[in-house]
Write a protein that binds this ligand. Structure first.
Ligand code: SF4
Length: 289
């Protein structure tokens, strides 16, 4: 979290002013019931109709709480399935190569911004060979608006040259080979393998997955590779691709970085993030961005 940004604490009444709870019906699983049961101890007293000044953070700890317990992880996945049914990659692309380019350009930028740039870019340079024939300097004006355009131009042109020279002009569907492309790290490789080739080799850890996995206490790590390893241990392989898409959408719609919309979140009573804006359960200091 940026320095100086103090998360809003839950109101003493237990309600966030002027916000209606939209998903109060969600969450009837075993863990949810357990969380709700404890919530009565953890929630602000005002919510229970009794006088007093205690806050959620002074509530007793949930006995035997394990944030990565299979029941809890299953319940989180179930609710994500209910919330985000048919989600897929938000980057516009029509080939593996276009997805490589769009993913490289998306670093430190937004998908909306990248999608504004790529249609014209792919019209101007329709093949990987066309990109390979460029110098990074020639590409720079076309990708300038995505930010960090010098590095991105170098990566895109370098990746195109390598694909043409070493892989016959075809984007490889193999993690090790993808990682040899300039500008391609595990995140980009996982995006391409999962969204284009349908191969679940790892879990995409972008800024949303990073933040929300920590908020949900699915990991305590800060390094994307370690976060990915943690997620791969607790999430079934057949869910790896979808999970990333769902969390990315959740991060855009509700679990935003600065001021998550917890009062509208269907995961609320499973989430103990220390920077929640509203809570019916105990908040954990370590479960935050
Ligand atoms: S309750 Fe708040 S912090 Fe937790 S997942 Fe939902 S929006 Fe994010």
């Amino acid at each position: 979290m940026a320095r100086g940004v103090v998360p809003r604490q839950p109101a003493r009444t237990g309600r966030q002013d002027k916000v209606r709870v939209k998903n109060a019906h969600v969450g009837t699983g075993a863990f949810a019931r357990q969380g709700q049961g404890k919530a009565s101890a953890a929630a602000p007293k005002g919510r229970q109709g009794t006088a007093g000044k205690s806050t959620p953070t002074s509530a007793p700890k949930i006995k035997g709480y394990n944030p990565v317990a299979p029941d809890r992880v299953t319940e989180i996945l179930k609710r994500l399935d209910q919330l985000y049914t048919e989600v897929k990659c938000a980057l516009t692309h029509a080939s593996a190569w276009e997805l490589v380019v769009a993913t490289i350009l998306s670093a430190q930028s937004t998908d909306v911004n990248v999608n504004r740039v790529t249609p014209e870019l792919f019209r101007k340079y329709p093949t990987v060979e066309a990109f390979a024939a460029l110098t990074p300097e020639q590409l720079e004006p076309d990708v300038r608006s995505t930010g960090f355009f010098r590095n991105k131009s170098k990566s895109v042109v370098g990746a195109a040259k390598k694909i043409v020279a070493d892989f016959g002009g075809q984007v490889p569907d193999d993690m090790e080979k993808l990682l040899t492309l300039p500008g391609v790290a595990r995140k980009t490789a996982n995006v391409v393998l999962g969204s284009w080739f349908g191969k679940a080799v790892g879990v995409v850890v972008d800024t949303h997955v990073h933040r929300i996995s920590r908020r949900l206490e699915l990991t305590t790590q800060n390094d994307p590779q370690k976060i990915e390893q943690d997620l791969m241990k607790i999430i079934p392989r057949e869910k790896w691709i979808l999970f990333s898409h769902q969390i990315i959408w959740h991060g855009r719609k509700l679990c935003i970085a600065r001021k998550p919309k917890c009062a509208e979140c269907a995961l609320e009573n499973l989430c103990h993030a220390g920077d929640k804006t509203w809570s019916t359960v105990e908040m954990h200091k370590n479960a935050k961005v």
